[in-house]
Design a protein around this ligand. Structure first.
Ligand SMILES: Nc1ncnc2c1ncn2[C@@H]1O[C@H](COP(=O)(O)OP(=O)(O)OP(=O)(O)O)[C@@H](O)[C@H]1O
Ligand SMILES: [Mg+2]
Length: 500
């Protein structure tokens, strides 16, 4: 018992009159990588927020190296050697890397009167050099890629000589190569005897870097396992409390074009693209991060202005392509970054879901609340929103559940053309198959669907046809047997041009 680096006992957190987590026991050994897993809303972030002093537990005890820590605020956590990398990164974009690293605890000179910028810069440089020498500590942090911003967070943790570093879904926006780098970094931290708590919905990551896992379900701790004793299947069934059924791809493709994209482009980002999507078809778009996939979707949805070409929906050209004409034509985009493009935190789930088509729920300027609630409840129960409460402010939902509301939004609006950008990012493995089923249902109803995804398995599971993008171009179109991991990877990486 006494050799636990971290030992949390009987932790309960109540919001209103509901326990978000209840009686959680969670302990971590020195130098291990410990996964914290569970479905969306299971309470992972809540537990980590308590560990890092962001929230106060209603009951329970936190011990570091056998000593009870009085957790009053983030400072108490820091002093106890606990650092946290949050699900949504928090920095001041305009400040430099070094300034962000020393935020709230500057190095000072002249008896604490002035910030010692030079010393901060030097210290930051020394630490960053071990982690990623390409990061300039003097650069405004907003200029860095997300992966680098994450490295800065880790550097910040090292500044404090953290003994425990908790990472809440650190790779949700990293590329596979960036994950490799993080994995290396974690292994270095391990050899420095730092304990890592790792939250992720990605099983391959957990099997690659974690030693043990604590499983949470509905706010309770339901098990602690050694990763090497598990398979992906056993771990998932512990997590969701049932076996995950394997589903085959069903095709509902017809031969009627709904969306026609003709020479649509924007400067060098998206070179003129021509393709169509049929009623009942799911078109996957694969490619590396930065290959122009998101940009292409944004052009179709009228978010970014095109510089050439155009689109037609049901044979009707959209003359003045912008967000409102696109929505009017029945196009809906589920964006990659819900925080920037998606939600109003202080409003209810129902209102957030209705946003693009608020007019459907108002009469003579008055909100028809019962109509709205009914619509929201229908979609949200289909997506298994937890809690199934359409009145709750969306900002209070777990990350994955917020994503579900945004997906639900376009289902409730009468959308013809669905554009999904990384639809299951941050979504737990059980809810993923619900989203696949839903996409399939939309296809069976004759909708046209485009899915951009970096997950090969996902593309293969749901697509009738796959476009592979590379450097702003459509490099290949794959159908039938040709849709394979090898083909996708080859076209995504090599400059092979496909002639139609
Ligand atoms: N400030 C709050 N007020 C009310 N309820 C909250 C608040 N913060 C979290 N909750 C609720 O606590 C529960 C656990 O949420 P938490 O964010 O810990 O889940 P999670 O396991 O991190 O999920 P995800 O994988 O989606 O990130 C959810 O039902 C959530 O709605
Ligand atoms: Mg979370």
């Amino acid at each position: 018992m006494e050799n636990y680096r971290l030992n949390m006992q009987g932790i309960t957190k109540i919001y209103g009159n509901v326990a978000a987590i209840e009686g959680i026991n969670f302990s971590v050994i020195q130098g291990e990588v410990h996964a914290l897993i569970g479905e969306n809303g299971a309470g992972k972030s809540t537990l980590l927020n308590i560990l890092s002093g962001v929230r106060e537990a209603n009951t329970g005890e936190i011990m570091v190296d056998g000593e009870v820590v009085k957790m009053k605020n983030p400072l108490s956590a820091r002093q106890a050697g606990i650092a946290m990398i949050h699900q949504e990164l928090q920095h001041v974009p305009e400040l430099s890397v070094a300034q962000n690293m020393f935020l709230g605890r500057p190095l000072t000179k002249y008896k604490g009167l002035f910030v010692n910028k030079k010393a901060q810069l030097e210290r930051a440089r020394t630490i960053l050099k071990q982690l990623d020498p390409s990061i300039n500590p003097d650069e405004p942090i907003k200029n860095l890629k997300v992966a680098q911003q994450q490295i800065v967070e880790i550097a910040r943790a090292l500044l404090d000589d953290a003994k425990i570093i908790a990472m809440d879904e650190p790779t949700s926006s990293l590329t596979p190569t960036e994950f490799d780098r993080l994995a290396e970094l974690i292994s270095d931290l391990k050899s420095m005897k730092v304990s890592i708590i790792y939250v992720s919905h990605k099983m391959n990551e957990i099997f690659r870097i974690c030693d043990r896992a604590t499983i949470m379900r509905d706010g309770r701790q339901v098990g602690v396992v050694n990763i090497r004793d598990e398979t992906e299947e056993t771990l998932v069934s512990r997590m969701i409390g049932r076996k995950l059924e394997k589903v085959q791809h069903h095709s509902f493709m017809t031969d009627r074009d709904i969306l026609q994209v003709e020479g649509l482009g924007r400067g060098d980002d998206v070179l003129p693209a021509t393709f169509s999507v049929r009623a009942g078809e799911v078109l996957g778009i694969a490619g590396l991060v930065g290959s122009g996939r998101t940009e292409l979707l944004k052009l179709i949805a009228g978010i970014d202005a095109k510089t050439c070409g155009g689109i037609q929906v049901n044979g009707r050209p959209i003359h003045n392509l912008n967000v409102s004409s696109a929505i009017k034509a029945g196009i809906g985009l589920v964006p990659e970054d819900r925080k920037k493009e998606g939600i109003i935190k202080q409003r209810s789930v129902a209102v957030n879901m209705a946003l693009p088509k608020m007019r459907n729920y108002t009469r003579a300027g008055m909100l028809q609340k019962s109509k709205l609630d009914q619509a929201a409840l229908k979609v949200m129960s289909e997506l298994k929103l937890r809690p199934l409460d359409t009145e709750k402010h969306i900002g209070l939902l777990s990350g994955g559940n917020q994503q579900k509301v945004i997906i639900g939004r376009w289902i409730a609006a009468d959308t013809q053309v669905f554009l999904f950008d990384e639809p299951t990012r941050g979504i737990d493995i059980g809810a993923k198959s619900e989203i696949y089923n839903l996409i399939e249902r939309l296809a069976s109803e004759g909708k046209a669907i485009i899915v951009v995804s970096s997950e090969m398995q996902e593309i293969m599971r749901i697509s009738d046809r796959v476009l592979v993008m590379r450097e702003g171009k459509i490099a290949a179109e794959l159908t039938g047997e040709d849709i394979s991991e090898e083909n996708i990877a080859q076209y995504a990486i090599n400059a092979v041009f496909h002639k139609k």
